[in-house]
Design a protein around this ligand. Structure first.
Ligand SMILES: Nc1nc2c(ncn2[C@@H]2O[C@H](COP(=O)(O)OP(=O)(O)O)[C@@H](O)[C@H]2O)c(=O)[nH]1
Ligand SMILES: [Mg+2]
Length: 447
């Protein structure tokens, strides 16, 4: 695919900094750079040069020229490393636009790289994931996808499915020829093998999915059970006011922290109790609202309570929210060191927000519940990938349910085709225009 116009954008964040990189991509990028700098460029060799408009120098910096096709986008690319100020950067971009380029849309450089076959869709998405990674595990996993590892696994399975389908279709095209029972058995065995490969990819993708998302943890409990103290302990900062006066916290207090590579958003809430105070009542209403977006609900009790019953939890909220995992937390074990127990079905953790005891165990429990493993073969999957993987699995399962007789080969071939399409949508070999627009519009400008 060829794109005809030349685009420009700042590749660095706006604001003041040492250097700002302005990127130009498209057929006229070299001509524009030559016109602005009055310099000639050698591919991949840094050239010092100024930009002059109407006799005024706007900026002086380093120019780099990456000729097509050996560039990020696959087109002729010019990069100008100028001074990092918002006004000077805008002036350089304006000068480039005056020479015939247009301002790039968000993600348009990466989109061109994809359209020109330099990267597949999983690699394009990994670039965006690397930029927004909030943990070192996410960085490592995004880099693996950027190297094409995830895409290669998918593509190899797609190729195998295609191979089998071609085989099956050859038999459909020549119905007069007998199919050996052995051939049918081998088809069935292959289908089973592909299903296992797919299950393996899904497992790795599931492990990686939480790395891409922030895990929402909502703290709930009666007043004075130490919710605000736990938030402060996790954030290692006095974010929420802690007093022994019940009803201190009113509004939701949210804070994002990264613990062991996982980004957690902790929400501290008002203590649940009956009250006439309208502000506190509103706070309690907000606490309940926060529960609906929770991945984990930490239900806090004062460690004075040694045995937590289901009724104690029900007094606070209905714990049967299917989307969230409820964990019971007895806080202040520095004062009441006796080990707690519960007759409810929820796991119980004893902690002290003041001494920090038990907090690591609690965090580890959250990690293992999420299935996070820092493994070298986790894929940083997006939910769109998981949906497509599961769709492909559904079609493979249907294919296998067909009795493998000559008459049913048509159905098997069709299921294989559907599975193949579902997988190809992940790498972008079979992707609608709308999906591409959606994916690239979430990128920053200049990427
Ligand atoms: N000894 C002890 N006191 C705690 C602990 N956590 C909280 N507190 C105290 O309990 C009171 C209420 O704490 P706070 O965090 O405001 O509770 P919240 O109403 O649930 O937010 C404060 O006086 C805290 O200092 C703990 O682990 N040990
Ligand atoms: Mg509080």
């Amino acid at each position: 695919m060829t794109v005809n116009d030349t685009i420009v954008a700042s590749a660095t964040a706006t604001g003041r900094g040492a250097i700002s990189v302005i990127r130009i991509s498209g057929p006229t990028s070299l001509k524009i750079a030559e016109a602005l700098s009055q310099r000639a460029f050698t591919p991949r060799i840094a050239t010092l040069g100024s930009i002059t408009t109407k006799q005024d120098i706007i900026d002086t910096g380093i120019w780099l020229y990456f000729p097509s096709p050996a560039s990020f986008t696959g087109e002729d690319v010019i990069e100008f490393q100028g001074h990092g100020g918002p006004v000077v950067t805008q002036a350089v971009i304006a000068a480039v636009i005056k020479e015939g380029a247009r301002l790039a849309n968000p993600g348009e450089f990466t989109e061109r790289a994809f359209l020109n076959g330099k990267i597949d869709l999983t690699q394009a998405e990994a670039i965006s994931d690397l930029i927004s990674a909030s943990s070192i595990e996410a960085v490592k996993a995004a880099n693996r996808s950027m190297q094409g590892e995830f895409g290669r696994h998918i593509q190899s399975l797609v190729d195998q499915l295609k191979h089998l389908r071609t085989h099956i279709e050859a038999h459909i095209d020549f119905p007069d020829e007998e199919i050996e029972p052995d051939t049918l058995t081998s088809f069935s065995q292959l289908l089973q093998r592909y299903e296992l490969s797919l299950l393996n990819i899904i497992e790795k993708a599931n492990h990686g999915a939480p790395l891409n998302n922030t895990t929402n943890i909502v703290l709930i409990g009666a007043p004075n059970t130490g919710k605000s103290s736990l938030l402060n302990a996790l954030a290692r900062a006095p974010l929420a006011i802690v007093t022994d006066i019940p009803g201190t916290t009113r509004d939701l207090i949210r804070h994002n922290i990264v613990i062991n590579g996982l980004e957690l958003q902790i929400t501290d809430t008002a203590g649940i109790r009956l009250t006439d105070n309208p502000i506190e009542t509103e706070g309690i209403k907000r606490a309940y609202e926060a529960l609906s977006g929770a991945d984990f609900i930490l239900c806090l009790f004062d460690a004075q309570i040694t045995d937590i019953h289901t009724a104690d939890i029900l007094n606070l909220f209905n714990p049967n929210n299917e989307d969230a995992t409820t964990l019971l937390v007895r806080n202040k074990i520095d004062l009441y060191p006796k080990k707690g127990k519960t007759s409810s079905t929820f796991p119980l953790y004893d902690i002290s927000a003041v001494t920090g005891e038990g907090i690591n165990t609690l965090i580890s429990a959250i990690h293992s519940q999420l299935g996070i493993i820092d493994s070298a073969d986790t894929f940083l999957a997006r939910s769109r990938h998981i949906i497509q993987l599961k769709l492909a699995l559904k079609h493979l399962k249907t294919a296998r349910e067909n009795p493998l007789t000559a008459e049913f080969l048509d159905l098997v071939a069709e299921d294989l085709r559907l599975a193949q399409n579902a997988l190809s949508e992940i790498t972008g070999r079979f992707t609608s225009e709308d999906l591409l627009t959606e994916i690239f519009s979430s990128f920053c400008i200049g990427k």
